[in-house]
Design a protein around this ligand. Structure first.
Ligand code: SP5
Ligand code: ZN
Length: 341
């Protein structure tokens, strides 16, 4: 199986994140995640680790608004020019617009608040370059399956599924899976299945009104879990996209049996959509030992998920999303991919 990986992710390494209650925490979405996965993949004879190709900005701009991408591109350099009385670390605003406030301010911190929906996507020196490298991994995997490979794995960092048309958050800046899916949609019909523990609100935002891409997300109930404001079962698409988005919110402590039953529902929807390609947003934070998760999905459960997805027999691009139990990440990913290899 082709695995696309770029070292550029290392340029993005935020020093901390802010949790609810103002707690400063070490950044959970850290470079070590990739080291763990990469070293596990290197031990598999089926994994062929490749550098991604550079696809340029066009496929990114086909999904994200140009002003937002421009913000990501220029924000850090502008931040270095801003005079502050405090030591400047990553760019992170403290003011956000509530409903109905639609002005986009000129100031850098104003725009940062406008484009960010939470405090977990700080922008530092190499963030934009790392995000583009991550996109190129997803696009390279998409090209591989469009060219006839039965599957490919995009080892993306930073992750993407919380990034919408014009917002970042949840460790995500550019929506790797959505960009790859949109690129593939010019070749054939695409479905996206998001198995990250958190609702894929960015992917939902991007495809919500599109009639050509089915998007499905299985995740922790947003009534009790991040991202709180999106991912409910009654959000099913709009306009041309009516009925083409489905959320499967699950309770805390969800175990293998409950998870696989929800997965079964998504497989039925996937089969009746009969896509030419499947894109899987693969967050390993569904794993029982994840520091951000509450599910009780075991490694055997992950094996089953991989096996059932592979059994669909569709050309499949698996895109790395979240997953923060670094010690377990490598084996979780090789277990998920086993049946595709
Ligand atoms: C890609 C991805 O998985 N992003 C997730 C971002 C979640 N950030 C919010 C974390 C909420 C912190 N709650 C702490 C619960 C610890 N048990
Ligand atoms: Zn997640």
């Amino acid at each position: 199986m082709q695995v696309y990986y770029s070292n550029t992710h290392r340029l993005h390494n935020p020093p901390f994140e802010l949790f609810d209650g103002g707690q400063h925490m070490p950044y959970l979405e850290n470079p070590e995640r990739m080291e763990r996965i990469l070293s596990a993949l290197k031990q598999q004879d089926w994994a062929e680790i490749l550098e991604p190709e550079n696809f340029g900005l066009d496929p990114v701009l086909a999904v994200h608004d140009a002003d937002y991408v421009d913000f990501l591109r220029t924000a850090y350099e502008e931040w270095t020019q801003v005079k502050t009385t405090y030591e400047k670390k990553a760019l992170l605003p403290a003011t956000f617009p509530p409903r109905g406030w639609s002005h986009r301010p000129k100031s850098l911190l104003g725009r940062a608040g406008y484009y960010m929906f939470d405090l977990s996507a700080p922008i530092m020196d190499g963030t934009y370059q790392a995000a583009l490298g991550s996109v190129n991994c997803a696009l390279s995997g998409a090209k591989a399956i469009a060219g006839g490979k039965s599957s490919a794995f995009a080892l993306c960092r930073p992750p993407g599924h919380h990034a919408g048309k014009s917002f970042c958050g949840g460790y995500c800046y550019l929506n790797n899976a959505a960009i790859a899916a949109n690129w593939l949609s010019a070749v054939g019909k695409v479905a996206i299945l998001d198995i990250d523990y958190h609702a894929g609100n960015g992917t939902q935002d991007i495809f919500y009104e599109r009639g050509d891409v089915l998007t499905l997300s299985i995740h922790a109930d947003p009534d009790a879990e991040y991202p709180a404001f999106c991912g409910y079962a009654d959000e099913t698409g709009a306009g041309q996209g009516s009925g083409l988005h489905r959320n499967f919110p699950l309770p805390a402590e969800t175990d293998d049996a409950q998870y696989l039953s929800a997965l079964g529902e998504t497989l039925t929807l996937l089969r009746s959509f009969s896509p030419a390609f499947l894109v899987v947003s693969a967050g390993m934070d569904l794993y029982s030992g994840d520091p951000l998760g509450t599910f009780k999905v075991t490694r055997e459960g992950i094996r089953q998920i991989g096996a059932r997805l592979a059994a669909l027999g569709l050309p499949t691009l698996i895109v790395m999303e979240g997953g923060y139990n670094n010690a377990a990440l490598g084996e979780n990913i090789t277990t998920l991919l086993e049946k595709f290899s």
